[in-house]
Ligand binder design. Structure first.
Ligand SMILES: C[S@@+](CC[C@H](N)C(=O)[O-])C[C@H]1O[C@@H](n2cnc3c(N)ncnc32)[C@H](O)[C@@H]1O
Length: 281
């Protein structure tokens, strides 16, 4: 028997989902889901999983619409767009990640084109020359955490690093424009605000933006990164519309504070969602 997918409402300007499918994606949590296509992405230190991004893109766009990822890395948003017949514009500082994204596309029998663009450079300036987009989904560097001992990719032969995680590149780049290379957490927030203001400018009115990031420690102190992100996005003009917790219950657990103090193991990312609503609307 085929599953009853529900009914599509012709008034729906946001996506191609039936009411039943729409409702499922309004849950405040998602369980992160791996698939075979994710494998190559792990040549990048911190990629999205395709199925997770697909769910967000299905909620916030219709077929043929354009998605922007200003911190595109291995090109996961682009691959999700290919799978869902959306167009995408992807920006990253790194030529190396563009090549990785290209190789992932080729594995699908595709190529860069006017529907799958990948621009190398600083998002802060590269967004100035773009046309309007229908949705922004992205995951910025988490300040400098990949540079903290034990948070980057771990080498099992190196006793200084914990074992049990992936091997590979340690951090994105040495470039001063890299959001991951900002001296302080405040500098990081400031540059992220400038970049997201550019994304706001090219996002169509009433459309959505999702930022994927977890809380983390700064100078060994736990920080409410989510709160800071909501504040900075609201200052830009975005309206906060809710956070979806992306559960990652398959990560290794570390006894950070044991047996002296409680130190949290972050086992989820926050998908923090915003809408652009211009004041005169
Ligand atoms: C968390 S990763 C994104 C991973 C991506 N979601 C994926 O699936 O592979 C953040 C990316 O931001 C890039 N980046 C950092 N600063 C940037 C900037 N100013 N402009 C463009 N890209 C930048 C880094 O090179 C890195 O690839």
């Amino acid at each position: 028997m085929t599953e009853n997918k529900g009914k599509y409402d012709e008034r729906n300007q946001l996506n191609d989902l039936t009411g039943k499918e729409w409702l499922k994606l309004t849950k405040s949590f998602l369980i992160s889901e791996k698939c075979a296509e994710d494998k190559k992405a792990f040549e990048h230190p911190a990629p999205f999983l395709i199925k997770d991004v697909e769910k967000m893109i299905s909620m916030f766009t219709k077929k043929g619409m354009t998605v922007l990822d200003p911190f595109a890395g291995s090109g996961t948003s682009m691959l999700a767009c290919v799978n869902l017949n959306r167009k995408s514009i992807n920006i990253d500082l790194s030529e190396k990640y563009k090549e990785l994204a290209y190789n992932r596309l080729v594995l699908k029998g595709k190529n860069f084109s006017s529907s799958n663009k990948y621009i190398v450079g600083n998002s802060l300036t590269k967004m100035d020359s773009l046309d309007e987009v229908d949705y922004v989904i992205t995951s910025p560097p988490y300040h400098n955490i990949l540079k903290n001992k034990g948070n980057g990719i771990r080498n099992q032969n190196n006793k200084e690093h914990r074992t049990g995680s992936r091997l590979g590149v340690e951090y994105y780049s040495e470039l001063s424009d890299d959001l991951g290379n900002q001296e302080t957490y405040s500098d990081f927030l400031l540059l992220l605000k400038k970049i997201m203001s550019k994304a706001y400018a090219i996002l169509k009115n009433k459309k959505y933006c999702s930022l994927v990031i977890s809380d983390f420690t700064v100078n060994k102190k736990e920080v409410n990164v989510q709160g800071d992100i909501v504040q900075l996005m609201e200052k830009i003009g975005f309206e906060f519309v809710g956070t979806i917790v992306l559960l990652q219950d398959n990560k290794p657990l570390y006894p950070f504070g044991y047996p002296y103090a409680f130190k949290i193991n972050h086992m989820h990312q926050n998908i923090i969602n915003f809408r652009k609503v211009e004041k005169n609307e």
